[in-house]
Design a binder for this molecule. Structure first.
Ligand SMILES: *Cc1c(COP(=O)(O)O)cnc(C)c1O
Length: 411
């Protein structure tokens, strides 16, 4: 028994049978979402039950699409800390600031949650293999969870993808390909190759299970805040799985009467070199249009035509939030700042949030009284580091070496 009622198209509302592997709506081709019998979930589990369970994303089992007894394909994803950022808050002139440090997941990014869930479900429903277009971390995560499931995986990434993500996919035995262009070019090949191989297409939000994994970030966040929602949440936005998933989590918890009150104002953060959501938000458009020549070192943000643009724009507007783009220089500076003042080497995507927060503060869009959460989606170690000076090379006699150290430290 699972608590799923049906799988619903987020645009035309058509209900789908969830006992078959699903990708997009079979009527209109749009994004699907899993819907639960929330009163039944609320009757089956209490907050006290939950508190006694081990950490990790499957502690929220009743709000996942897993069938009774279904064993997850897992590497221990989820259960990441919600870290207070007092020094960064003081630096920015803000009050309560938190980071959900998703870099502590297996594979060093929150992609582990989504791909772990998607591969679990697709395997149970009979998928013989997987195909994924990726800007980097999703491909690495798909490869390792496919390996964990003992199934083959094709990963297609744009040229120039951070090498660590490519190596991660290769060492896990995936068939890895690079292609000129962006994740959009890779996606076009995947759409043709997946049916040809008969393998499951894991493209962002073109199947309903990955969202259920990403959603667990919102479930954890509510629990870590003592069953409350923050006032403001910043999300580094590419395909938008988390930006759609976190409000879905809050909505479900409200439906279970575990949460009450207003959801946070959601802000999508993108890079100046690829900001289709920011442009569509500013233009008051209902859907995004493709961004030409996307460029940014924040690989996860290099998504020129997100499939769920419509759903993301609705969330930003309904919550009273917004969308902010920041420069490559701001991202690099922010990455060094967070590491120096809080000890967190976050990915460029996470660092972009800090640059965006500075902008929001300067524009009085956020104030000192607001409780703010930043989603630090990945670990900095998976990327080329920002420009740093070379370390002082110690050479010469022992006296000279000691003098060099004292001079550098200033003591
Ligand atoms: C994929 C990725 C993103 C973007 O996430 P979406 O849910 O696709 O918007 C942000 N940061 C990192 C580190 C990523 O790997």
């Amino acid at each position: 028994m699972s608590f799923v009622s049906y799988v619903e198209c987020t645009v035309c509302g058509a209900a789908h049978d969830f006992t078959r592997p699903l990708n997009v709506c079979e009527i209109c081709g749009q994004m699907l979402a899993v819907r639960y019998d929330l009163p039944k979930v609320a009757a089956a589990v209490t907050k006290q039950d939950l508190a006694a369970r081990p950490p990790g994303m499957y502690r929220f089992r009743e709000l996942t699409p897993l069938a009774d007894g279904e064993e997850p394909v897992t590497l221990g994803e989820g259960g990441t800390p919600l870290l207070p950022l007092p020094r960064l808050a003081a630096h920015l002139g803000l009050g309560t600031l938190w980071a959900k440090d998703e870099g502590q997941n297996p594979t060093g990014s929150f992609k582990a949650r989504g791909l772990g869930m998607a591969i679990t479900r697709a395997r149970t429903l009979g998928a013989p293999g997987f195909v994924i277009p990726s800007a980097g971390n999703a491909g690495g995560a798909a490869a390792v969870y496919a390996a964990r499931a003992g199934l083959p995986c094709v990963v297609i990434v744009p040229r120039g993808t951070p090498p660590a993500a490519i190596f991660e996919a290769q060492i896990a035995g995936a068939h890895v390909f690079t292609i000129e262009g962006s994740i959009a070019t890779a996606g076009k090949v995947v759409a043709k190759v997946a049916p040809l191989l008969g393998w499951f297409d894991l493209s962002t939000l073109k199947e309903p299970y990955r969202l259920e994994g990403k959603k667990t970030m919102g479930l954890e966040l509510a629990e870590q805040l003592g069953w409350r929602m923050p006032d403001v949440l910043l999300y580094p936005t590419g395909g938008g799985t988390g930006l759609v998933g976190i409000p879905k989590a809050f909505e479900e918890l409200v439906g279970m009467k575990w949460l009450s009150g207003m959801p946070p104002r959601f802000y999508a953060v993108q890079a100046d070199g690829c900001a289709p959501i920011v442009r569509a938000f500013d233009d008051k458009a209902e859907v995004t249009t493709a961004w030409d020549n996307p460029t940014t070192h924040a690989a996860g943000l290099r998504v020129p035509s997100p499939f769920a643009g419509r759903q993301m724009l609705r969330i930003l507007r309904d919550s009273g939030g917004g969308a902010v783009a920041v420069s490559e220089q701001e991202i690099q500076d922010a990455q060094r700042l967070i590491a120096r003042v809080e000890g967190i080497w976050t990915s460029p995507e996470g660092a972009a949030l800090v640059a965006a927060l500075q902008r929001l503060k300067d524009a009085d869009a956020v104030t000192r009284g607001a409780e703010i959460v930043l989603m630090f989606t990945g670990a900095g170690i998976k990327y080329d580091p920002p420009a740093l000076p070379a370390p002082v090379d110690l050479a010469g006699s022992e006296t000279e070496i000691l003098a060099q150290v004292r001079r550098a430290v200033g003591r």
